[in-house]
Ligand binder design. Structure first.
Ligand SMILES: *Cc1c(COP(=O)(O)O)cnc(C)c1O
Length: 371
């Protein structure tokens, strides 16, 4: 791995993703559908999916049809589900490429059926139930009627029924039990009507870990396979999972500024004393949030960033890291010596969650894979 000549980069440990998937399989006792939408939560769509396939994931899922087609172009052969909206124009291509689409609306499903039939293929669909999220899905009481209507559409095969839980990442809240009960009721009614599909899936990472009755036939795990906590404090990962991603950048220049010197655009920081400042080759266009009060790790210690973030650069204080020199590594996510800074830490600082931190890592940042 040669990163000497890079300004900023991500190091992604594919072995960690594989191990995390094994952990999830062992912990839940059911197959895993690896969630690789949004460029694999920033880790790389194709690479994350390939690691998942190697680890024995039963399925991969994405948000959009173009993500699924990219996986097929890259040669991945495991079953793929598109979780989100897909226009009927894509149905034939989906069917031809063994890609499953989500159905929750009869008009759209009719469009899929027509397109699939015209192409001479059967399209596998996963029927979505809204167990309380208020997002995609038919209401529980409509599920049997909807399944019957789908069954009447030649060209479609109902492979699965699924739902997504609104609050599983806060296990202390009572609503998830109600959501699980509502969905379990749907599965039972489908069973009674002779319509239960082969696969029932419901749990995201938090539900998979914290609600055994939500595991059904398969769990859909995203955040946990990257070794990140579903929710800090409320739904932490059990021991054995580990983060796959580190984010680093290099020191481009070091200078000493006198007390009272402004730093960066609009002088959002003034030196309080003479201060040794490192200019680092990473900025908000790489995924750092544009705010005052960020941190990084340099010289093995946590150091404050100074001023606002620039698009491609930022400035750090090196008064507590006297040995840092030009070309040295600065860590934005990951570990340096004894000191670490996690995606969860950055999320807390930035007023958001770890999901948003890693999904916000820009496409231009090179991904270096450790296999
Ligand atoms: C993103 C997503 C997941 C994965 O959730 P994690 O919390 O990352 O495990 C599962 N199911 C659906 C429908 C999703 O949109």
């Amino acid at each position: 791995m040669n990163t000497e000549n890079l300004s900023t980069w991500l190091e992604i440990d594919l072995g960690a993703i594989r191990d995390n998937i094994h952990q999830m399989q062992t912990y839940t006792g059911v197959p895993v559908m690896a969630v690789v939408k949004a460029n694999g939560y920033g880790h790389g769509l194709v690479e994350a999916a390939r690691a998942a396939e190697q680890a024995g994931a039963a399925f991969a899922c994405v948000a959009r049809i173009d993500e699924a087609l990219k996986l097929r172009e890259a040669g991945l052969s495991l079953p793929i589900l598109v979780l989100g909206y897909t226009h009927p124009d894509w149905a034939a291509q989906a069917a031809q490429n063994n890609i499953r689409l989500t159905v929750y609306d009869l008009e759209i499903a009719r469009g899929y059926a027509t397109q699939a039939r015209a192409s001479g293929h059967t399209l596998k669909v996963h029927m979505k139930v809204d167990s309380g999220m208020g997002r995609l899905g038919v209401f529980p009481e409509q599920a049997v009627e909807f399944a019957n209507a789908l069954r009447a559409l030649p060209g479609l095969e109902i492979e699965a029924v699924f739902t997504h839980f609104a609050i599983a990442d806060d296990p202390a809240r009572p609503e998830t039990a109600q959501h699980i009960a509502a969905f379990t009721g749907v599965v039972e009614s489908l069973q009674v009507a002779g319509l239960r599909p082969k696969i029932v899936h419901a749990a995201n990472s938090a539900a998979a870990l914290y609600f055994p009755s939500a595991r059904f036939d398969m769990v859909r795990s995203g955040i946990a396979i990257y070794g990140l906590h579903p929710a800090v404090g409320d739904a932490p990962l059990p021991a054995g999972f580990r983060p796959a991603l580190s984010w680093k950048a290099r020191v481009a220049m070091i200078k000493t500024l006198p007390a009272g010197h402004g730093i960066g655009y609009n002088y959002r920081y003034y030196t309080q004393q003479e201060e040794r400042i490192g200019v680092v080759a990473v900025g908000y266009a790489d995924g750092i949030r544009r705010r005052v009060g960020n941190f990084a790790v340099a010289g093995g210690v946590r150091v404050p960033m100074r001023g606002g973030m620039c698009m491609d650069q930022c400035m750090i204080s090196l008064n507590d890291a006297p040995n840092v020199k030009v070309g040295d590594e600065v860590v934005l996510i990951g570990r340096q010596g004894e000191t670490s800074i996690t995606a969860e830490d950055q999320g807390a600082l930035w007023g958001t969650i770890n999901y948003d931190v890693v999904c916000g890592l820009a496409a231009r940042v090179p991904r270096i894979y450790i296999d």
